[in-house]
Design a protein around this ligand. Structure first.
Ligand SMILES: *Cc1c(COP(=O)(O)O)cnc(C)c1O
Length: 306
C-alpha cells in the first residue's frame, strides 16, 4: 500500500502540472472577446485521502472541491490539513441539503459554495453564515440545470432571474459570484461546443443585462476532467477537475462489502464521474449511469451488476 501511495504522490504532482499546462493552452485558444480572466482550477478531492490533498497543496494547488458536506467538514478540520495547508480554499460543489448547511458554513477555510439552487437554500445559508460572524460575505454561485435532466440538481434556467434577485436582495451576507453547471457529460465535441456551456454563457449574459452587471463580474463554473479545455475555450473561469489529477475514484473501502444494499449506499453517496465509466466497488462492477449528484435520487440511477 505504501509503495502504491508513493507512486501516486508523484503522479498527482505531475498530473496537476499537466492540467495547469492544458488550462494555459485552452486560454490561448479562447476568444479575445471573453473577459481576460485566468481560470481558477478547483482540484476535486472527494473520496480521496487527506494525504493526496497535501501532495497537491505542496505542489502549489490552493483551491479544492468537495461535494459531501460531511466529507468537507471532516477534511477541512483535519489536523494535518489545518497545520500544513494554511492557505487552502475549499469549494463546496455538491448538492446541499438544508440540514447540512451548518457543516459547510462551519468548515474552516471555506471559500465558496457553488451550488445554491433554491431560495430556501440561499436563505438557510445566509442565516447560517450570519451566525459565523465572519468579516466577509460568503461567496456563492447559483447552480443551473442547463441540461434539464431530472436527476440533476440545479435551478431551472427559467427561474434563475428570480433566484438572482433573491440572493441579491434578501441575503445580505451572501455574495453572488457566478453561475455553475455540470451539464451533459458525454457530449461529442466533434458536433460543436457543449450546448450546456453555451446555455450557461447565455444565461450569464441575461443576468448581467438585467442586473446591470459587467460580464467580468459574474463567473462561469463549468468544465470537469473530460471537458475542461472546451469549457475554458467558451469562457469558463472556474474548472472543477478531479480524476485527471487524483486518479479514478474507488468506493470500496467505506462500508461493508457483503451487503448489496451497502454497495448502493456507498455509491449513492459518492456517485460521480463519467456516466459511462464503470467504477469497481469491492469487486462489484457498477455502472455509474448518473453523474454527480450525491443524492438519494441517484440511487435509482445506479445499476449494480454482480
Ligand atoms: C466530482 C465532480 C467533479 C470532478 O469530476 P472529474 O470528472 O473527476 O473531474 C466536478 N464537478 C462536480 C460537481 C463533481 O461532483
Amino acid at each position: 500500500m505504501k509503495n502504491m501511495y508513493r507512486k501516486m504522490a508523484s503522479e498527482i504532482a505531475s498530473s496537476l502540472k499537466s492540467v495547469l499546462h492544458r488550462i494555459d493552452g485552452a486560454v490561448a485558444r479562447r476568444s479575445q472577446d471573453l473577459p481576460n480572466i485566468p481560470p481558477r482550477l478547483v482540484a476535486v478531492s472527494k473520496t480521496k485521502p487527506v494525504e493526496d490533498i497535501i501532495v497537491a497543496y505542496n505542489a502549489g494547488q490552493r483551491h479544492f472541491g468537495e461535494n459531501y458536506a460531511a466529507e468537507l467538514e471532516e477534511k477541512s478540520k483535519n489536523q494535518q490539513i489545518l497545520e500544513q495547508c494554511k492557505d487552502i480554499k475549499w469549494h463546496f460543489i455538491g448538492h446541499l441539503q438544508r440540514k447540512n448547511v451548518n457543516k459547510v458554513t462551519g468548515a474552516p477555510n471555506l471559500y465558496m459554495v457553488e451550488t445554491v439552487d433554491s431560495e430556501k437554500l440561499a436563505q438557510t445559508l445566509n442565516t447560517s453564515w450570519g451566525k459565523q460572524k465572519k468579516p466577509e460575505r460568503l461567496k456563492v454561485m447559483i447552480q443551473i440545470n442547463t441540461s434539464k435532466e431530472e436527476n440533476k440538481h440545479g435551478c431551472d434556467i427559467n427561474e434563475v432571474g428570480k433566484l438572482v434577485d433573491f440572493v441579491m436582495n434578501n441575503c445580505p451576507v451572501l455574495e453572488l459570484k457566478g453561475v455553475m453547471t455540470i451539464g451533459l457529460m458525454n457530449h461529442d465535441l466533434s458536433k460543436g461546443p457543449n450546448p450546456d456551456f453555451q446555455s450557461l454563457v447565455k444565461c450569464r449574459e441575461e443576468i448581467c443585462k438585467a442586473k446591470d452587471l459587467e460580464i467580468k463580474d459574474l463567473e462561469l463554473s463549468m468544465g470537469m476532467s473530460a471537458d475542461f479545455e472546451n469549457a475554458i475555450e467558451v469562457g469558463s473561469t472556474n474548472v472543477r477537475v478531479g480524476s485527471t489529477i487524483f486518479g479514478e475514484r474507488f468506493y470500496g473501502n467505506k462500508k461493508s462489502s457483503t451487503n448489496p444494499a451497502s454497495h448502493t449506499d456507498s455509491v449513492a453517496s459518492t456517485s460521480l464521474g463519467d456516466p459511462s465509466s464503470k467504477e469497481t466497488i469491492s469487486g462489484t462492477s457498477i455502472d455509474v449511469t448518473n453523474s454527480l449528484d450525491n443524492t438519494t435520487e441517484s440511487i435509482q440511477k445506479l445499476t449494480v451488476k454482480n
